[in-house]
Design a protein around this ligand. Structure first.
Ligand SMILES: Nc1ncnc2c1ncn2[C@@H]1O[C@H](COP(=O)(O)OP(=O)(O)OP(=O)(O)O)[C@@H](O)[C@H]1O
Ligand SMILES: [Mg+2]
Length: 295
């Protein structure tokens, strides 16, 4: 345990970081896979409340994969994925929207409010926050040919209207965004939360994008030693091509690339299972996880 003096030292050490980040927007993707432990969830949300109290503007985008899977199972719908994206028919979409917007979003909002913060939950439909269109994807078949794959009601972000987020942050609220978008024709679309976080980061001209997940960062091989602390944007397509980055990590790195492209300077994939990993990332010089940089 730290002595009182050590605690005071820790606080003063954080001062330059607090000054540096005052007024800056930080978009945090809180992955469903990192959300499964209630004690950790409490720590993550309290860290975010602290960030808000010291003058930053945190914006949360949440996932919810494991919770959606649980509810799909309850209604006998089989979960299927292609390249980390959920194949979403109408029945699946109904469950996705109910679980993400109804249960997961309000669960996070309720906890933040209980811990003394002020949170407001939104999805892409609120204030036309996230306008999307159906995502077109190609996959390789067994013969190695590229073929079109219909994912159903899976969306790709076309436009973000961030005004509602700006209004809420100005008024002292922490916005909590569910990754459900709407098409120009009013169709509800399921969007991977990583993409929403990247697009929101870009639209808000965020200072930082933090993707909290259930791994330490991006591994380039087997085992912990292969963790990349820094990757350059130009290295990423090859890593996906070679299958080093796969599944749920693909939308994450693509979101990082989109955010960098839109001018977000600091883009990090961080382990959401480690207590206070995000605070360490922000308030110290310790580079943890994987940082993706331009170039
Ligand atoms: N090169 C890689 N390095 C690290 N993880 C990788 C890599 N390639 C694929 N992955 C996978 O990506 C997963 C993280 O993405 P996943 O979609 O499962 O979680 P999440 O996005 O945090 O949660 P949710 O999708 O519920 O919001 C890791 O658990 C790991 O299995
Ligand atoms: Mg994911």
């Amino acid at each position: 345990m730290l002595s009182a003096l050590e605690k005071a030292n820790v606080l003063t050490e954080a001062l330059p970081y607090i000054q540096k980040f005052a007024g800056k927007t930080i978009v945090i993707k809180y992955g469903g896979h990192a959300m499964v432990n209630p004690e950790l969830e409490e720590l993550v949300l309290k860290d975010i409340i602290l960030m808000k109290l010291v003058g930053m503007n945190p914006v949360i985008v949440h996932g919810g994969g494991p919770i959606i899977d649980k509810w799909l199972e309850k209604v006998d719908i089989k979960a299927r994925f292609v390249n980390g994206l959920r194949i979403t028919d109408e029945a699946t979409m109904e469950v996705v929207e109910m679980v993400l917007v109804g249960k997961v979003n309000k669960g996070i909002v309720n906890l933040i409010n209980r811990f003394g913060g002020k949170a407001v939950g939104l999805c892409g439909k609120d204030g036309n926050l996230v306008i999307a269109e159906k995502k077109q994807v190609t996959v390789k078949n067994q013969a190695g040919e590229e073929t079109f794959q219909d994912l159903g009601l899976v969306g790709e972000v076309v436009k973000v209207n961030p005004e509602i987020i700006q209004k809420l942050t100005e008024e002292g609220y922490i916005p909590v965004v569910s990754p459900v978008g709407v098409s120009s024709g009013g169709e509800t679309l399921n969007i991977n939360a990583d993409y929403v976080a990247g697009a929101l980061g870009g639209a808000l001209k965020a200072h930082k994008l933090v993707l909290l997940t259930d791994v330490e960062g991006i591994y380039l091989g087997e085992g912990r030693e292969s963790l990349a602390s820094r990757l350059t944007a130009s290295e990423i397509p090859r890593l996906i091509q070679e299958g080093v980055i796969k599944g749920g990590m693909i939308p994450k790195v693509e979101s990082c690339l989109a955010a960098l492209e839109k001018g977000v300077e600091n883009v990090h994939i961080v382990d959401g299972r480690k207590p206070h990993s995000m605070l360490l990332e922000i308030f110290t010089n310790e580079g943890i996880g994987t940082m993706v940089v331009k170039g």
